[in-house]
Design a protein around this ligand. Structure first.
Ligand code: ADP
Ligand code: ZN
Length: 805
């Protein structure tokens, strides 16, 4: 075998200049140990830094006597596999991020610096190793800097032979929970002799011995063992004395999503549409072909059942499944369903996990102990090998996009991994993103549709209430007469209701209370944002600015107001309107504490409350059979978003929240309060007509040169001086304009809706263009220049931003 003497290393120095692999010499003593995906300690400039080995070579064109040497290995086994290393290169380019940042993002926190790592002997090792490296102990803290290269090589080898184990000490030692277990003897002849010697009356001892002989060398947790064969502690202790088995401490993995009340389920008989969808997915898996599917199925059409049965097929062929959901905390019922089908072979990764819990799950996945990983955005980097199917549920959700560096979209990463493994990727939604639906139109994705509710339930009737009428002849209120009456009705019948208040977000806008008119800017046709400091309305795409109108441009009324309200205010009003109703308020304030959301949902599910009042977060994935009324208090807030996605988000939200009503036997009803009852997003949502909405919205996007007809990049910059930000951004815009042809649309610079944040001033430029990568070179150059200049400007580039706030 040729010796791989040169390592390509990405160093932990996140700058543009160092954003490339450096070549280092692998010392002879490390050649057997080093592998791509391991972290190393290398000299860099005048210091030592951490680096990732991304490749190994036998030769190099560089002058070898000038190359520096790897100082030490920081891992005994790779923390990233080849696939993920490749993915990091692609993502760095795609997101205008440094490769080191992407690599770090892929790892659980516990594997990042500062955490202690523990080496534990788990099998026979040489006395010399035990004495010299382990100082006679079973366990030591791994300090690469204190070990010489030869010792590390020895440890790498032992690790590969499973004679030692590496674990991470996340907070302190006592946090690692252990439990008592027994290791059975493996010497069948000895055990046979022992059995001959036993008196037949020693029934319990015989039982234990027989069990051991049936499970030679296995390790059994004491509790489990005593559940299966009811032997007392005394019997077990006698067994230990006689060397039938030996005591052992094993690590008890913390189960982050322990759901004790999970009842196993089996596959349902699919209806024709479900079966058809499943057949296509399975066929693509069997053909070992990359194929993205768009599973467009109305709420309650049984998409989940299709996912689960596709997953089962994949397991049967010995492969694994990656299952992404928008946000685990909001979809506990989805996790429950996966767990009840696949049990302990499910790993759940979500943002509520502590570093230690997350690391435990990560290790189970890496060891191959799980078949399916369910998780939110960052779970897309789960170290699964052998993936056979990737599912992205609610693919239109913006939570798949990371808003910090690196700004990746998990949906795109899923597609990349799917192509790498040549497998099907299923994107599912009742309201697909326009981008995905358009790709299905062009045949890039295969479209699979579920048009009926499974299990026979009916879609709820949606009524739209015109709030202009309510407010015309009454005081300011959040409740129309109709909604009040329907709520009362539910109370009388002992049924439950869900009320959704569209959260305002960061930006606000004005709306005419008499006609629902929202002032839009003449260039971009977007709702303008209220800026109280300058008393103006601004379009922050193109920078257009005008005074706040005193009378409505549409109807001449003078009741043009700032629009928005909070959940607390609504809760108070509800208390006066329906004093006997038991209300649960669910918003960012009340759900901040870990686990509180699950508790609230549990409480509502147990019918210990009549009304669940919440923000958008309640629209997602909840499934309560007793809910027969869903009320949307203010559909207009999302229509007033200063973003070209405003109509799409409104349609999605209304569809999703309507899906919460009448999930089971009892028919459901939905009331939508709005000042704009004629808006097409509301009209199509009322009719449950995604396809109709899609067609009309595509025309609107086409007319406005928006996605999916154009690609969008947002350039954002901030500085502590407002005029400095503006000045720099004007220069950048000018520079860009001088370098592109006039087919590229450049909007701005303009101040962001939240213009000032943490003492910095934010401006943005928006680029729209036709070919996905046509701006890459220019944008990379821009980032390069921004890095080099020392003027205090912070610049970020965001491809396909999901929010323009
Ligand atoms: P979706 O994920 O598309 O919103 P779900 O998977 O939640 O839909 O299905 C809605 C309901 O219909 C669930 O209660 C589910 O158990 C039930 N269901 C799904 N498929 C079938 C089927 N083939 N036969 C009977 N009931 C089904
Ligand atoms: Zn504009």
């Amino acid at each position: 075998m040729t010796k791989l003497h040169y390592a390509q290393i990405i160093v932990d120095v996140p700058t543009m200049q160092t954003n490339q692999p450096y070549t280092y010499v692998v010392p002879e003593s490390m050649i057997e140990s080093v592998r791509p995906g391991m972290r190393v300690d290398v000299p860099f400039g005048h210091r030592h830094v951490m680096g990732f080995v991304v490749g190994l070579r036998a030769t190099t064109e560089l002058e070898t006597n000038k190359l520096r040497h790897i100082k030490n290995l920081l891992d005994l086994t790779p923390v990233l596999n080849t696939e993920l290393l490749n993915l990091s290169a692609y993502l760095a380019q795609e997101t205008f991020a440094f490769r080191i940042s992407v690599l770090q993002t892929m790892l659980p926190n516990a594997l990042k610096a500062s955490y202690e790592r523990i080496l534990k002997i788990i099998d026979d090792v040489d006395e010399d190793v035990r004495d010299r490296i382990f100082k006679g102990l079973d366990e030591i803290v791994y300090q690469p800097r204190e070990l010489n290269v030869r010792d590390i090589a020895t440890l790498t080898k032992l690790r590969r032979e499973h004679k030692i184990e590496v674990s991470v000490n996340v907070t302190n030692r006592s946090k690692i929970k252990t439990q008592l277990a027994y290791q059975f003897n493996g010497d069948i002849a000895f055990l046979e002799d022992e059995r001959q010697d036993l008196r037949p009356t020693a029934k319990k001892q015989v039982e234990l011995l027989m069990f051991i002989m049936g499970h030679l060398e296995e390790v059994w947790v004491k509790k489990t063992l005593q559940e299966i064969i009811s032997v007392s502690d005394a019997i077990l202790n006698q067994g230990v004395e006689k060397k039938w088995l030996s005591k052992k401490k094993v690590e008890q993995l913390r189960d982050p999503f322990s759901m004790t009340d999970i009842i196993p389920t089996t596959a349902l008989t699919l209806n024709e549409e479900q079966q058809n969808a499943l057949n296509h997915i399975v066929a693509s898996f069997d053909a070992q072909q990359y194929q993205p599917f768009l599973l467009e199925g109305i709420t309650g059409s049984g998409k989940t059942e299709v996912y689960l049965q596709a997953a089962q097929h994949v397991f049967n062929q010995g492969k694994t499944v990656l299952f992404l959901v928008p946000e685990i905390a909001l979809t506990p019922q989805m996790v429950r369903r996966v767990k009840s089908r696949f049990g302990a072979q499910t790993a759940v990764l979500h943002s509520g996990l502590s570093d230690g819990e997350r690391y435990d799950e990560w290790r189970r996945i890496e060891r191959g102990d799980v078949k399916i990983v369910v998780g939110a955005r960052s779970a897309v980097f789960a170290p699964l090998n052998n993936i056979g199917l990737i599912i992205v549920d609610e693919e239109h959700e913006t939570t798949y996009k990371q808003t910090d560096n690196p700004r990746y979209n998990a949906r795109d990463v899923a597609l990349w991994r799917g192509e790498y493994y040549q497998i099907p990727v299923v994107l599912g939604s009742a309201t697909p993103s326009l981008e995905s639906r358009a790709r299905a139109q062009r045949g890039v994705y295969e479209l699979l549709r579920l048009t009926q509710r499974a299990g026979g339930a009916k879609l709820p009737v949606v009524d739209v209430i015109d709030m202009k009428a309510t407010l015309a002849d009454g005081p300011e209120t959040n409740f129309s007469e109709q909604l009040k009456n329907k709520l009362q009705e539910r109370l009388n019948r002992g049924e439950q209701s869900v009320l959704m208040l569209n959260r305002r977000g960061f930006s606000s806008f004005v709306m005419c209370r008499d006609c629902g008119f929202v002032p839009r800017d003449p260039n971009c046709n977007l709702a303008m944002t209220l800026h109280m400091d300058s008393h103006t309305l601004k379009c922050h795409y193109c920078g257009h600015e005008e005074p706040i109108p005193i009378i409505c441009a549409n109807c001449g009324s003078n009741r043009i107001r700032y629009y928005g309200t909070g959940t607390e205010k609504v809760e108070a009003e509800l208390a006066t309107l329906l004093p006997e109703a038991r209300v649960i308020r669910m918003d960012q304030d009340t759900t901040r504490k870990k686990g509180s959301m699950d508790k609230m949902l549990q409480k509502f599910g147990d019918h210990k409350a009549d009304i669940l009042l919440g923000t958008q977060m309640i629209a997602k994935g909840l499934d309560f059979p007793e809910v027969t009324l869903v009320g949307v208090l203010n559909a207009d807030t999302s229509l007033g978003l200063p973003d070209f996605h405003a109509s799409e988000r409104t349609f999605q939200l209304l569809t999703q929240v309507s899906g919460r009503a009448g999930r089971a036997k009892k028919a459901g009803e939905v009331l939508v309060q709005t000042f704009n009852p004629q808006h097409y997003a509301i009209v199509y949502a009322k009719k449950h007509d995604y396809e109709g909405f899609y067609k009309q919205e595509m025309a609107v996007r086409h007319a406005g040169n928006y996605a999916p007809y154009y690609y969008t990049v947002q350039i954002q910059a901030s500085h502590i001086m407002e005029n400095e930000t503006a000045k720099q951004m004007i220069q950048i815009a000018r520079w860009l304009r001088s370098r592109v042809d006039d087919k590229v649309i450049i909007l701005g610079p303009s101040p962001k809706p939240i213009a000032k944040l943490r003492n910095r001033y934010y401006f943005q430029i928006i680029l729209k263009f036709k070919h996905r990568h046509e701006m890459d070179v220019l944008l990379t150059e821009l980032q390069n220049r921004a890095q080099k200049s020392k003027n205090g400007l912070q610049l970020m580039i965001d491809r396909e931003p999901v929010s323009f706030m």
